[in-house]
Design a protein around this ligand. Structure first.
Ligand code: SF4
Length: 174
């Protein structure tokens, strides 16, 4: 019997699911063409799974660059930080079965390192990870993680594949 494929989670919008705040997707050809036969893929949308629904008001990271809040773009009194953190904390147990994660760049939930963090006046003051990504990477610092921009780049994609395969091998030995 062939060995099971390493399991990775992917931001659901990158798989073509219409889960973004405005009901659209961000389908990634690179992920579909290069990774779906190598890995078992689990779709994940922190904002939908946190109960925010689709469509939903867009949010952005606001406030302290180290501990930003996810506040509404049009109405800053909308604060979905607690809902996202509750989902992220609950999801951490599932990450034990994963050997990798591919996340949507620049998202207030899923961004890896390029999500803008705004000040209270609406100006970008820094860039960092989305709230879900912060939680997962803090708890699983060795878990291979990249975004769709990295996967579109051959060298980065191959490096990610190698890291996932190594991580999966080490998980088997534990
Ligand atoms: S970026 Fe993340 S939270 Fe936003 S729609 Fe895609 S999967 Fe959902």
């Amino acid at each position: 019997m062939p060995a099971p494929l390493p399991r990775i989670a992917v931001s659901s919008c990158l798989l073509g699911n219409p889960v973004r705040y405005d009901g659209t997707d961000r389908f990634s050809e690179s992920i579909c063409n290069h990774l779906t036969r190598r890995f078992e893929i689990v779709a994940l949308c922190p904002e939908v799974e946190a109960g925010l629904g689709t469509p939903r008001p867009p949010v952005r990271l606001t406030g302290s660059p180290l501990h930003p809040l996810a506040l509404g773009v049009e109405d800053a009194s909308l604060d979905v930080t607690a809902a996202l953190m509750r989902f992220s904390d609950g999801w951490l147990a599932q990450a034990k079965s994963l050997s990798g994660l591919i996340l949507k760049s620049r998202s207030p939930s899923c961004g890896l390192r390029d999500t803008p963090v705004f000040d209270r006046h609406g100006a970008i003051q820094s860039h960092g990870a989305g709230l879900f990504t912060r939680s997962v990477t803090q708890h699983y610092p060795r878990l291979p993680v990249d975004d769709e921009i990295g996967i579109a780049d051959t060298k980065r994609r191959n490096a990610f594949i190698n890291r996932v395969e190594q991580y999966a091998l080490q998980r088997c030995r534990i």
